[in-house]
Ligand binder design. Structure first.
Ligand SMILES: [Cu+2]
Length: 271
């Protein structure tokens, strides 16, 4: 059986499998840097060893006294410049890929709350209102087999595969951070500000992340689950969510005691 991707595994040594073009780029960048830094470390260690051996005071009792060597100086200036260019070009390219505005096929807004996420689908109009729902962690006692402790949620963010999705990220109370490692996303959710990122997923599956900005007592209990499904399945899910007759509301009831004083818009609209 293939290893599940998009989630941490016991004794995992490396990144989670890349599920988005940005994460592929980040992993390539990381690997490139790993080669370069290993090379630099090796050269420095070998040089040091060579110097210890060759210029040991017993072997080389009378030090040579000189202060300049043009060849050496040219070399130790140009080689680092070349290394920095080799790092800099792909780095800036990747940064551009991550930050430049994209032609998104759809938009989702992720809003951080103490302590859960809510997702809005402004493209999915339902009688003039955009459609949104809350996403709460499943408590340990309610976990079904196969569900991940501290990671699975009652209502994941559902997205279609092979679609460029813009994610707008904000918060309503304190700083949170929307982070999904396998998608290469980590963006602060700031009250009164909208941050933007994007992803596109090739493989159906669930990709997990966590709030990554200390936001209060239950900071560790507001995970993110992004469920990628085929475009057809996505349309079906959207229909079931936006059709009020079929709308599953099972997760709304336990909201109120968790959020005393915080009235969710959806409640108001329904009343
Ligand atoms: Cu948070």
């Amino acid at each position: 059986m293939a290893q599940p991707s998009g989630q941490p595994l016991p004794w995992q040594m490396n990144f989670q499998d890349a599920a988005s073009p940005v994460m592929e780029g980040l992993q390539d960048m990381h690997n490139l840097l790993l080669y370069i830094i290993t090379g630099i470390a090796l050269v420095v260690f070998l040089l040091l060893g060579y110097i210890f051996y060759k210029f040991h005071h017993r072997k080389h009792p009378n030090p040579i006294i000189f202060t300049h060597n043009t060849t050496l100086e040219v070399l130790w200036t140009t080689i680092p410049i070349i290394i920095l260019i080799v790092i800099g070009i792909p780095s800036v390219r990747l940064l551009h890929k991550m930050e430049a505005p994209i032609n998104a096929e759809m938009t989702i807004k992720a809003v951080g709350h103490q302590w859960y996420w809510s997702y809005e689908y402004p493209d999915a109009k339902n009688e003039g209102q955009h459609f949104e729902f809350d996403s709460y962690m499943i408590e340990e006692k309610d976990l079904k087999s196969g569900q991940l402790r501290l990671l699975d949620v009652d209502n994941p963010m559902v997205v279609p595969i092979d679609t460029t999705i813009r994610v707008l990220i904000t918060a309503v109370d304190v700083l949170h951070s929307f982070a999904v490692p396998s998608l290469g996303i980590k963006r602060d959710a700031v009250p009164g500000r909208v941050n933007e990122t994007w992803f596109s997923i090739k493989k159906p599956g669930t990709y997990y992340g966590q709030c990554s900005e200390l936001c209060g007592a239950k900071h560790g209990f507001m995970p993110i689950a992004v469920k990628a499904v085929s475009k057809v399945e996505y349309q079906e899910w959207l229909k079931s969510k936006t059709n009020p007759a079929l709308k599953p509301e099972e997760s709304l009831n336990h909201r109120e005691d968790l959020n005393k004083g915080h009235v969710i818009k959806k409640h108001k609209e329904k009343a």
